[in-house]
Ligand binder design. Structure first.
Ligand code: ATP
Ligand code: MG
Length: 261
């Protein structure tokens, strides 16, 4: 649902990055953020994985999280009152949005605590959803696996990007994620795309396999020694050199991602 203030963002796109554990979701998301923010795109990054790796990959700190706000809302009625008085989006924006030199960063933080806060979660989801309407592109770095696909952060995902490692097993997992996503109405078959990460020799055969499995291959990212080195010493991925092999590859993939809409 769009509000009148959204008319300035007619081509809003939401890319959710998913895949099994350790395949390179956060790295890919951070590189996308690097490229898009350098282009001056009005960008929102959502760190939806509790260990908040994307936050660090973007060179930020998880100083404010949606999870913390949820706890405050549960414990303090005065906090809850804010929601009754203002648009949920504005509360989320004022309370938890981090400004990274123009790029918005929303850190979800830890998932629900004990008890059922379904109503509150729905409210927060609505707040996050309407916040994305104020951005040209939103990137969501998802938790590994299918949980977040079922219980998604927001409903209006324009593209589900599945990251796989360069193995047949990885492709099978991607096909499984694609099927779950289609079943739950997140994205139809034309709205999912596969990125094969850390792919070297033999990738052509894997791409052929992916094709046979009905997976739309958006592109391939080579093993990049800079990525490994940055992570080894704790340097934010967003600071990778522009001519790093992974950055060059993601730039090409981005062209296809944008074209797809
Ligand atoms: N193209 C690449 N070249 C070299 N190393 C890479 C590449 N992509 C990712 N890595 C390395 O692989 C590891 C996992 O990457 P990353 O954290 O991005 O995966 P993830 O899917 O987000 O993991 P998690 O499921 O834990 O969130 C990291 O150590 C990262 O440095
Ligand atoms: Mg990650």
């Amino acid at each position: 649902m769009r509000s009148p203030s959204d008319s300035s963002q007619p081509s809003r796109q939401v890319f959710a990055i998913t895949g099994k554990g350790g395949v390179g979701k956060t790295t890919f998301t951070a590189i996308l953020a690097k490229i898009l923010s350098a282009e001056g795109v009005n960008l929102l990054a959502v760190d939806a994985d509790p260990p908040v790796s994307l936050t660090y990959a973007l060179g930020a700190q998880p100083v404010k999280t949606v999870g913390d706000m949820r706890s405050r809302l549960i414990e303090d009625p005065a906090e809850k009152k804010k929601f009754d008085e203002k648009h949920t989006r504005d509360v989320v924006k004022e309370e938890v949005l981090i400004d990274l030199k123009g790029m918005g960063l929303l850190v979800l933080g830890r998932a629900e605590g004990p008890g059922c806060y379904c109503g509150l979660n729905q409210l927060l989801k609505f707040g996050i959803e309407s916040l994305t309407e104020q951005y040209e592109i939103t990137l969501i770095d998802c938790e590994a696996g299918i949980e977040q696909i079922n219980r998604r952060v927001i409903d209006s995902i324009s593209r589900l990007v599945m990251i796989s490692d360069a193995t047949l097993k990885g492709l099978q997992t991607a096909a499984y994620l694609r099927d779950i996503a289609s079943k739950h109405g997140v994205a139809g078959p034309y709205e999912t795309g596969l990125v094969i990460n850390r792919a070297g020799e033999g990738v052509e055969a894997l791409m052929q396999k992916a094709h046979e499995m009905g997976l739309h291959v958006l592109g391939v990212v080579p093993p990049d020694p800079n990525v490994a080195e940055y992570d080894r010493v704790g340097k934010p991925t967003i600071g990778l050199p522009d001519d790093s092999p992974s950055v060059l590859a993601v730039r090409e993939i981005l062209k296809g991602l944008r074209r797809a809409d």
